[in-house]
Design a protein around this ligand. Structure first.
Ligand code: ATP
Ligand code: MG
Length: 324
């Protein structure tokens, strides 16, 4: 019965935007001027969309394809995310939301947007900085688990990005390994703002069912039990704690290695189980940091700003994230 009650409470709809068209001019991210703007309909353009050539596909996401592209004249490499004109209106709304957020943000730990354009066919393309080591997900597959020093460097950078976003009243809502990008300078940057939310009022409700449910916090499944003082920002912190644990263990922490999560198993594990913790051998600082992130009651979780001063993050030496 309890299970039935919990499932009924989950809102499976994605949030609606009031209109389908962007509520801002598409072409001009504010911080793009140094590297040029790709835009096929503005006289301020320094790069035309005809100036870039696609090299290959980097990946497919929910409704869009990301390409590695090169500027034909100066050989600069970018990542180009394309959402097709005939795609689901929901997907188009998500990309408009992503563009709005990318336009507002300027942080070393948030992927930079260099331009946006809409083709006559209706395709929408976002040009982003190219992150040449891929995602934390792909690094885990390729190089194996991360030690504590590497993880504290990942944590510091993601927290830096999250504290910036949260200070701007933006909740990411889909923090997961494939949305955290890495480059050879060992910078980690938050990407993919399709399901993010800009909080317009401090008490905005923010419990819609969006993002990947594997990294969702207990209060996203069950706001009544775990969401006292729910502010939404704490859900991003839960996701970060889970990711760090996954990178340390080498598998999704709520499930045994190799098991594919389904919705019901995840919901039971996250809402009714104890939060996962570190095995023996992990340092006290790391253990405490994970506990500060993985509190089931959202109000007990530390904020991004508080976690930036946690000893696990601020006492650790800087290090490379992979041994190239
Ligand atoms: P989802 O739709 O669930 O978020 P996803 O995160 O894999 O899935 P996208 O965010 O669309 O989907 O990205 C697809 C893939 O493209 C990513 O997993 C990543 O490998 C690659 N990618 C995205 N942006 C960049 C970038 N700026 N630089 C390098 N690679 C990127
Ligand atoms: Mg993504």
């Amino acid at each position: 019965m309890a299970l039935v009650r919990e499932r009924r409470q989950v809102n499976l709809r994605l949030p609606e935007l009031s209109d389908r068209r962007p509520r801002f001019p598409l072409p001009l991210p504010p911080n793009s001027t140094s590297t040029g703007i790709i835009n096929n309909n503005s006289s301020t353009s320094t790069i035309s969309c005809n100036d870039i050539e696609k090299l290959h596909v980097l990946g497919h996401g929910n409704g869009g394809t990301v390409y590695k592209v090169r500027h034909k004249r100066n050989s600069q490499i970018y990542a180009l995310k394309v959402v097709h004109g005939d795609s689901d209106p929901l997907v188009r709304r998500q990309i408009y939301r992503e563009i709005e957020i990318l336009r507002r943000t300027d942080s070393p730990n948030i992927v930079k947007c260099h331009g946006v354009y809409e083709k006559p066919s209706g395709d929408i393309a976002i040009t982003m900085e190219y992150m040449d080591l891929g995602t934390l997900d792909s690094l885990l597959q390729k190089y194996g688990t991360f030690n504590e020093t590497k993880l504290s460097n990942v944590a510091r950078q993601v927290l830096n990005g999250l504290s910036y976003l949260h200070a701007q009243k933006i909740i990411h809502r889909d923090i997961k390994p494939s949305n955290l990008l890495v480059n050879k300078a060992m910078e980690v940057k938050i990407a993919d703002f399709g399901v993010s939310k800009i909080m317009h009022r401090t008490l905005d409700a923010c419990n819609s069912y969006v993002g990947t449910c594997a990294y969702m916090s207990p209060e996203r499944f069950d706001p009544d039990t775990y969401g006292a003082n729910y502010n939404g920002y704490a859900a991003d912190i839960w996701s970060l704690g889970l990711i760090l644990l996954e990178l340390y263990l080498g598998h999704f922490p709520f499930l045994p290695p190799g098991q594919r999560p389904d919705w019901a198993t995840l919901m039971c594990a996250i809402c009714f189980g104890d939060p996962p913790s570190l095995p023996e051998g992990a340092s006290e600082e790391f253990r405490d940091f994970i506990q500060c992130c993985l509190q089931k009651e959202s109000g007990k979780r530390w904020t991004a700003a508080q976690l930036l001063s946690h000893p696990f993050v601020c006492n650790a030496p800087r290090s490379d994230l992979v041994d190239l």
